[in-house]
Design a binder for this molecule. Structure first.
Ligand SMILES: Nc1ncnc2c1ncn2[C@@H]1O[C@H](COP(=O)(O)OP(=O)(O)OP(=O)(O)O)[C@@H](O)[C@H]1O
Ligand SMILES: [Mg+2]
Length: 370
């Protein structure tokens, strides 16, 4: 199919106020989110990116040395304005349990504990929810033309979407009363699994988690009503036609599979899906395979090096073909929805210049393919 002339991602966000970049771990969500906001600023918009756990160097160049609850303006030569904010994505409880369990049996016992499962889901959900809540707050204030939300690396990218609902379910469930009541309980009256859980937690965090959690949920319980109402408003915002979800993926098979899964989920939830960005594509090798290449190279390089270069090239060719094939498969699945591809750049993307380079592809004319 012939590429349609367009301004790439510019087309996808043209009439949008909120862009949510989602996808599996490590595919470039944070980088792409920052690039989209920077690109929108370059086009004259006032854009803010809400990043989660950006790599240190990228955070520094966005002027985000530490977490804060406010957006900061990024120095940038543009018609519009770029603002950035870093959201707190604390380590999940699962990571803590992995790190601090003395042995495999303890780890399993803690992870399988029903109370632990409720608690960790709710707390992870509450962090994800807070990101959504901040998005909602900024949208309400109406100071920006475009809000770009980065999403955290969850094991399952769908968790993020479910967070507000999960949290609302949790608040409605009886677990909350358990935690509110548990401030009066001692470890002794709990089952072995539960007391084990809290002693591991205590060791892990250095604080009496049971007490803290009980206090937390006591406070939490007091704001339940307003909370449920806000959860509904956040839900409405993410379903709005002025919001768009962009799926970021790498061209590797597993990531593509997850993107397809995520796409199905967005569809079944009736959420506004904009398109897919396949990041870090290996550039195709244009030259045809030449059987005499190694001998030819050996005339210029030493033999060993010539062999290495030739093998490298054919390996790269193979990987680039595989990337292209994976994207084709995705295209079959997505039908008319756009897929944008961004090549693997030669180095990390950690400053405004890197973001601008990424944008020469992301916002490129003809980047949008059908
Ligand atoms: N097109 C690209 N070319 C080269 N490097 C890239 C490209 N896109 C992203 N990177 C690099 O890949 C790394 C991971 O990117 P990033 O942090 O944006 O991923 P992420 O999806 O946000 O990860 P996580 O799921 O851990 O939050 C970074 O070091 C970034 O600089
Ligand atoms: Mg990230």
């Amino acid at each position: 199919m012939t590429p349609r002339a367009s301004s790439g991602v510019g087309d996808l966000i043209a009439r949008k106020q909120v862009v949510i970049c989602a996808g599996s771990g490590g595919v470039g969500k944070t980088t792409v989110s920052a690039a989209i906001a920077a690109g929108a600023a370059a086009q004259g918009k006032k854009a803010v990116v809400l990043t989660i756990d950006p790599a240190k160097r990228l955070a520094n160049s966005l002027g985000l040395p530490e977490l804060g609850n406010d957006e900061r303006r990024v120095e940038m030569d543009a018609d519009g304005e770029l603002w950035a904010m870093m959201l707190d994505a604390k380590r999940t409880f699962d990571d803590l349990v992995d790190t601090y369990s003395p042995d495999e049996q303890t780890r399993r016992e803690v992870l399988d504990n029903p109370i632990y499962r409720q608690l960790s889901n709710a707390v992870a959900g509450s962090q994800e929810y807070m990101a959504m809540e901040k998005l909602h707050e900024l949208h309400q204030e109406g100071n920006y033309d475009l809000l770009v939300l980065d999403t955290p690396p969850t094991r399952n990218a769908l968790d993020f979407l479910d967070a507000p609902r999960r949290l609302a379910r949790f608040i409605d469930s009886r677990s909350l009363s358990f935690f509110r009541a548990s401030s009066k309980m001692s470890l002794g009256v709990m089952g072995r699994g539960t007391s084990l859980l809290f002693s591991v937690m205590k060791k892990a965090t250095g604080v009496d988690l049971l007490k803290d959690v009980a206090e937390f949920f006591n406070t939490f319980g007091d704001m339940t009503d307003g909370f449920r109402e806000r959860a509904e408003r956040v839900d409405a915002l993410i379903c709005d036609s002025r919001t768009t979800f962009l799926l970021v993926t790498s061209p590797r098979a597993a990531a593509i599979e997850e993107a397809r899964h995520f796409h199905r989920k967005l569809q079944s939830e009736g959420l506004p899906f904009g398109g897919v960005i396949v990041n870090r594509m290996r550039e195709p090798v244009r030259a045809k395979p030449a059987p005499g290449l190694e001998a030819e190279l050996a005339e210029m390089l030493d033999e060993k090096l010539a062999g290495k270069v030739a093998r490298n090239l054919s390996e790269h060719r193979r990987l680039a073909e595989r990337d292209a094939l994976n994207v084709e498969r995705l295209r079959e699945r997505l039908g008319r929805k756009p897929i944008l591809t961004v090549p693997e750049l030669s180095g990390d993307v950690h400053d405004l210049a890197g973001l601008a380079e990424l944008n020469t592809h992301l916002f490129a004319s003809g980047a949008l393919r059908r």
